[in-house]
Design a protein around this ligand. Structure first.
Ligand code: GRF
Length: 242
């Protein structure tokens, strides 16, 4: 019957309508993956999803933002940091994760960019959201496509200014000061395949004074990040308005 429906639907020029109908039916009985709106990494094991939304933090630096997010979600009823992904052995964030009892996945360039981008590990850990907090590698298309609308980053400036390749850490703050900007800030945004170009979610500003150095500006920016990033992450992953 299902095939006949498709066949006659197509004959009458209504393939799309009947295919949508069939797709829903096949999804219900488990013969087809779930709709694209959900992160693809969840599709196979959706029935086994844990009660709390699982987040992976990708970080390669000192991890002060990662630490704040972990604190915020510790004992949270509906979300938790389930994994820390890091590409730098010895990075501060590793110790922070271990202290908090959160597993760490150390990744290598070859597999990240030319292999499966560690999707199988993310799936095993039931990851539904990826939060970049000081992760300097570009995210490969494979990962971007596997987490549509569920992959975010924090940038230490007011995008679209002072973003893109090479714009990280002190380079950003030095460029802001050199440009004579009167204010800087943070941008939390969705991630696409291009550095710092995904749709913005949230911005907060701080003044830049003539006495500011890249270090003093970095300290102001970190304050903003610690104040807002955990809150925005919590809201996003629990489906609240930002
Ligand atoms: C932050 O400034 C963030 O904006 C940028 O990387 C830095 C990470 O800092 N993407 P930390 O390791 O969380 O202290």
């Amino acid at each position: 019957y299902q095939f006949l429906l498709l066949f006659y639907g197509a004959l009458w020029g209504q393939w799309t309508f009947f295919w949508q109908y069939e797709k829903k039916l096949l999804q219900k009985i488990g013969l087809l993956g779930l709709s694209d709106k959900q992160p693809k990494s969840q599709s196979k094991s959706s029935k086994l999803q844990p009660a709390r939304v699982c987040i992976a933090i990708f970080a390669s630096g000192t991890g002060s933002n990662a630490a704040r997010i972990m604190e915020r979600l510790q004992n949270h009823p509906s979300a938790r940091v389930a994994l820390v992904v890091c590409n730098k052995p010895g990075a501060g964030v590793i110790g922070i994760a271990e202290k908090a009892g959160i597993p760490v996945l150390l990744i290598e360039k070859e597999r990240f960019f030319k292999g499966d981008a560690y999707l199988s590990e993310l799936e095993k850990a039931h990851i539904q959201w990826i939060v970049l907090a000081g992760f300097l590698w570009k995210v490969p298309a494979r990962l971007v496509n596997a987490f549509p609308g569920h992959l975010i980053n924090i940038h230490p400036a007011l995008l679209p200014k002072f973003g893109g390749k090479g714009m990280y850490g002190q380079h950003v703050h030095a460029a802001v000061i050199a440009a004579g900007e009167k204010e800087s800030g943070i941008t939390i945004h969705y991630v696409n395949e291009h550095f710092d170009e995904g749709a913005p979610i949230f911005q907060a500003k701080c003044p830049v004074s003539p006495e500011d150095t890249p270090e003093s500006l970095a300290a102001k920016i970190h304050q903003l990040e610690h104040r807002y990033f955990p809150e925005i992450v919590e809201k996003l992953v629990t489906g609240q308005d930002v």
